[in-house]
Design a protein around this ligand. Sequence first.
Ligand code: SF4
Length: 379
Amino acid sequence: MAVPISQAWTVATYVLRQKRKGRKRFPLVTMLEPLFRCNLACAGCGKIQYPAHILKQELTPEECFRAVEEAGTPMVAIPGGEPLLHPQIDKIVEGLVARKKYVYMCTNALLLKEKLHLFKPSKYFSFSVHVDGQRDHHDFSVCREGGYDIAVDAVKAAVAAGFRVTTNTTLFDGADPNSVRAFFDEMMAIGVESMMVAPGYTYEKAPDQKHFLGRARSRRLFRAILSNRKKTWRFNASPMYMEFLMGKREFSCTPWGMPAYSVFGWQKPCYLLQDGYADTFQELMETTDWANYGKESGNPKCANCMVHSGYEASGVYYTFGSMRGLLDTAIATIFDQYEDRGALDLLNQPTKPVHSFNPLVQITTHIETQAAVEEGTTA
Ligand code: SF4
């Protein structure tokens, strides 16, 4: 099982309770961003391109708890920035676990080994380690040589210490499906509980604008990767969302499914776009013009989006929306190999991984640049 039964049960009963209450729109996962600072500067990331005075800001543990209680979700994801740079991240996690929230703390794992002692293993808590593929691909993607080896080492240490560890992989144009499948084997072999995989979003602020995937290319890539699955692979995603990625079904985006809270407040309308902020969760729900978002809206910012934060909740809501949804999910869970000859042919087609024709470029973060300026080590 990709998640503990208690977690699946908590999520299922939460969704059914919301439906019984007749709530038309309700959230599933709070995306809590306690800071935007990071110790990497990935070329495809649109989250850390803020001026230094914003990068220095952090949410307090109390602000984090208030936001999560306002949204009332059973699950909390803590992206960033790099959450391990927050001086009170252990208190934030501890407080959320005490509230019986299932917490996935994202991390690039550069600091994970040295900070592991700050956390306690719990069924409510998982490290979600950002690994974008096999060694060369990951190092290229995060613009840091040696990043993959550090992440793998940290995953092994966390697993050995009894923590739940999942991985979080973002794919861009040029990803080699055979390499991604080999990467799945590598992650399962080192004891990862389950894996999450999604296409990158076309962040306007990301330094590398050339390698984002369009919808058709995403579906072709995910069909090649996720068909003909090995029995050993476990995924941390709704089976319906994975079928959406593979082009087997269509969903509308549910941007309110994973609302984002940061130092700016509640972000409109979703984790990815920044069309304003609300002070409270209720204000977010009541003042966002939801009809302006999702592929059907014609909003160009949504045209190619297939990301987890917009569509994972759509998959879960579909599952619990009808008998048909329950049946489709049960079938997808039982028959999860997805044998597909056409997808095997896709695996035999030549690919040109991005890192094979572009050199790895190491990018310094604002923090590193600022520190270097302060130390007088840059011109
Ligand atoms: S389609 Fe993507 S970018 Fe648009 S609202 Fe949904 S999650 Fe946000």
